[in-house]
Each structure stands twice: as structure tokens, then as C-alpha cells.
Design a protein around this ligand. Structure first.
Ligand SMILES: CC(=O)N[C@H]1[C@@H](OP(=O)(O)OP(=O)(O)OC[C@H]2O[C@@H](n3ccc(=O)[nH]c3=O)[C@H](O)[C@@H]2O)O[C@H](CO)[C@@H](O)[C@@H]1O
Ligand SMILES: C=C(OP(=O)(O)O)C(=O)O
Length: 418
């Protein structure tokens, strides 16, 4: 298993190219299976989650062609099979194949995705959404079984909470329904709007994606499509913390300010400066960090996927920062590992009190999930001496060439193979 060795204390300086968003790419790969025509996706990040999602699409019979620039998914000859649990359990996003398969075949069987380190992550809202659109849904021996007698009629989906994945499931299923559908209390994340843009390019009629209320006209006439995915706002936010925590300056090319408003507000509260550039945005840290109180919320609030990274930053800000996690019940796996580096953190329920300002010191630490792992990388960049991070495969799920991008800006970082 690969490890990362980091010598902390280097000021980062330079430009980082932000890759395409993993969380936009995964639903779009699933969505390509709705249509019998080819879908060309560009700006897919080169990360293992994307490889695995494409692998599952292939198991369903999709033909995939990839070059350095584009990935074309041709689901013309899709087969209605069930993919083995062992293949789908590792990735939560595989549940997003359910709606496209149901739309395509009128029936689908998809294994429940596994729980993971950050919480139980049930899929009840996905199933309720499909039921509201007229599907019969049951869970049998760990497999979701969905079917429709003929066409799905469509209908009104009222989400109890604005789940990103359930909004995407509802939107995809509704494109193939007979009538008009409405999704109320929809998630407003940019990745939902980007999935809608991809589906619209494929022929769908969707209005309101990115707002609380989405309208979808059914009976889509699918056509060949091309779609360029949005940049990864979580990767951008991660490198913004890298600049702030090392007192450096990074230009984040491709990053979009409008996707990062809540994040930029916290960065500025903590003492970093952020301004737009021709190619994206620039983040500068002057070394004098301040505390912040952060609460994770659905978009446009502060994203849970940046909570761990900002906790690393708070460890370096003298005083007490309070960090409250409201999206996932168990997303504090990074806390004990940050404490190995000398961080002073107390956890009480869903709130972490971080008393920052005592210099961090390098140590051996363990990556536990994607964002927890990257928070350790950020803390290691600021720590005195050497940190070795074990189980780096978690990072490879969602960060394209993290070690190379950081090294190019002056980080002393090395991947130890094996
Ligand atoms: C591939 C992808 O895009 N992943 C992102 C997506 O995950 P994902 O789409 O899984 O996240 P959701 O928005 O669905 O989950 C939010 C909350 O709702 C709960 N829930 C969700 C569905 C459901 O049927 N029942 C239920 O109770 C979850 O357990 C969680 O507590 O949005 C999350 C919240 O921004 C991000 O952290 C993930 O990185
Ligand atoms: C939790 C994440 O991803 P997933 O939903 O794919 O597990 C993430 O990207 O931080």
C-alpha cells in the first residue's frame, strides 16, 4: 500500500490546475446509461472513483472509449443484469445506476451500496423518490429491486431533506416518465445543476436545477451529446487551505468563485485573502491565522466535504475554533489522527472544539477516508519535520495527482510505493 512522506514547513507558491469535479462526473457516468446514444464527457478527473464507476457501466454493457481528452459512453447495447455486490459495495455512487436502468428497462436490481467511515448513509430518500414517481420498490436480501408497470407515470417528489443523490435519482428517473414531474426541496449543489445540464444536452427537458424546485418533462427523445463537467470545488477548497496553512500563495486555475462563496467567507475570516484572476482565483495566507466557527450545511452553505481540511487549518490558528458537522453523523475520523500530530481537539457530539496555535509535529498517521486523508496531508504541510501518511489509496479516489500538484508548488512530498 502506497504511503506519502511529507516534510512540513515549506511555503507553497505557484499555480494548481483544478481538475473536473469527481462528484459531477460520477452521476453523469450513470446518466449516460439512460440514453441509447453515445455521450461524450470531457473534464472527467483521473481518479480511481471515476475508473471504478466506468468499470461498473461497462459491466452493464456500456462501451467506453477514453483518450486523454474525452470519455465516450455508448449504452446502445445495455443489458439488464445485476452487478455483483463486491463490485458495487465500495462506492456509494453506484446507487445512481438504479434510475437509469429503471428508465431504460422498466426494471432494475442494484445492490445496496455499503456504509462507509463517515456514517450509515441510507438510501431511503432515493427509494421514496422512485416510489413517488410511480415505481414499485423493495429491498430483497440487500438488493434494491425497482420496477414499473409500463412507463413510470411521473409525479411530485417531496424530499424530506435535500439529499444530493436522491435529487439526482429523481431527476434521472423523471426524464423517462410519461408526464411532468416536480422535485420539491431539491438539493441545490452545483453538481445537481451540472447533471441537469448534461441530461439537457442528451435531450431532456429540465428547469430549475440548482434551486429548491425542479421541473422535468418526461418522454425524452434522447440524442447523441457532449458535455464538459464543472471544476471540482472541493479540490479547489483543499488547495486554498494548502495556501493558507503554509502562509503561501496559490493560483487555482479553473476554480469558480461562485461555487465557493461560503468557503471564501471562512477563508477570509481565518486570515487568508482571496481574489479572482483571469484563470480562476488566487489565495494568499500571510501566516497570521485566526479562529472561525464553522457549521456544515447543504449548498450554498459550507460543504461537509471541506470540514476536515478546515479543521487542519483551525489547528494552526491560535485560539478556539468550533466546527459543527450536520450532514454526516460520523465524519470526525480525522480527529484522532490530527491529534497524533499534536492537535488539541475535543469532540462533543457533533461539535469539535479545536484549540489551535501549538505547532504541529510530524508523525506516522493513517488515512481513513477521502477528506480525512487530505486533512492529514494539509496538517503535515504545516507540521515541523516528517509525517508519513499510510493508506493513500483513499486519496487516489478523489484527488488527481495530489502529490505532483503539491510538489510543483514547492511542497516536499514523496510517494513511497508498495
Ligand atoms: C458522489 C457524491 O456526489 N457524493 C457527495 C454527495 O453524497 P450523497 O449524495 O450520498 O449525499 P446526500 O446529500 O444524499 O446525503 C446527505 C445526508 O442525507 C442522508 N441521506 C441521504 C440519502 C438518503 O436516501 N437518506 C438519507 O438519510 C445521508 O446519510 C446524509 O446524512 O453529497 C454529500 C453531501 O454534500 C457529499 O458529502 C458527497 O461527497
Ligand atoms: C464523501 C465523498 O464521496 P462519496 O459520496 O463518493 O463517498 C466525498 O467526495 O467526500
Amino acid at each position: 500500500m502506497d504511503r506519502l512522506r511529507i516534510i512540513g514547513g515549506r511555503r507553497l507558491q505557484g499555480a494548481v490546475a483544478v481538475s473536473g469535479a469527481k462528484n459531477a462526473a460520477l452521476p453523469q457516468i450513470a446518466a449516460a446509461l439512460i440514453s441509447p446514444h453515445p455521450v461524450e464527457l470531457t473534464n472527467l478527473p483521473a481518479v480511481s472513483d471515476v475508473d471504478n464507476m466506468l468499470g461498473v457501466a461497462q459491466l452493464y454493457g456500456a462501451r467506453i472509449e477514453r483518450d486523454a481528452h474525452a470519455t465516450t459512453i455508448d449504452a446502445g447495447a445495455l443489458v439488464p443484469r445485476e452487478v455483483a455486490y463486491d463490485t458495487v459495495r465500495r462506492m456509494r455512487a453506484t446507487v445512481l445506476f438504479l434510475a437509469p436502468l429503471l428508465a431504460r428497462f422498466g426494471a432494475a436490481r442494484v445492490s445496496l451500496p455499503g456504509g462507509c467511515a463517515i456514517g450509515a448513509r441510507p438510501v431511503d430518500l432515493h427509494l421514496k423518490a422512485l416510489t413517488a414517481l410511480g415505481a414499485e420498490v423493495a429491498v430483497e436480501n440487500g438488493v434494491i429491486v425497482a420496477s414499473a408497470a409500463g412507463e413510470l407515470p411521473g409525479g411530485r417528489v417531496v424530499l424530506g431533506s435535500p439529499s444530493v443523490g436522491a435529487t439526482q435519482t429523481a431527476m434521472m428517473a423523471a426524464t423517462a416518465a410519461a408526464g411532468e414531474s416536480e422535485i420539491v426541496n431539491a438539493a441545490r449543489e452545483p453538481e445537481v445543476a451540472d447533471l441537469a445540464a448534461c441530461l439537457v444536452a442528451m435531450g431532456a427537458r429540465i428547469e430549475g436545477a440548482g434551486t429548491h424546485r425542479i421541473l422535468v418533462q418526461g418522454r425524452t427523445e434522447w440524442r447523441p451529446a457532449k458535455h464538459h463537467g464543472i471544476p471540482d470545488r472541493i479540490e479547489a477548497g483543499t488547495y486554498a487551505v494548502a495556501a493558507a496553512i503554509t502562509g503561501g500563495q496559490l493560483e487555482l486555475t479553473n476554480a469558480r468563485m461562485e461555487h465557493l462563496a461560503a468557503v471564501i467567507q471562512v477563508l477570509e475570516t481565518m486570515g487568508a485573502s482571496v481574489w479572482p484572476s483571469n484563470r480562476g482565483l488566487v489565495v494568499t495566507g500571510d501566516g497570521a491565522l485566526r479562529t472561525a466557527d464553522i457549521t456544515t450545511e447543504p449548498y450554498p452553505g459550507f460543504p461537509t466535504d471541506l470540514q476536515a481540511q478546515f479543521m487542519a487549518l483551525a489547528c494552526c490558528a491560535p485560539g478556539t475554533s468550533l466546527i459543527r458537522e450536520t450532514i454526516f453523523e460520523n465524519r470526525f475520523m480525522h480527529v484522532p489522527e490530527l491529534m497524533r500530530l499534536g492537535a488539541d481537539i475535543t469532540l462533543q457530539g457533533t461539535t469539535a472544539a479545536v484549540r489551535g496555535g501549538t505547532p504541529l509535529k510530524g508523525a506516522q498517521v493513517m488515512a481513513t477516508d477521502l477528506r480525512a486523508s487530505v486533512s492529514l496531508v494539509l496538517a503535515a504541510l504545516a507540521a515541523e519535520g516528517e509525517t508519513v501518511i499510510n493508506r493513500v489509496y483513499h486519496l487516489d479516489r478523489g484527488y488527481e495527482q495530489l502529490d505532483r500538484k503539491l510538489a510543483q508548488c514547492g511542497a516536499e512530498i514523496e510517494r513511497l510505493r508498495g
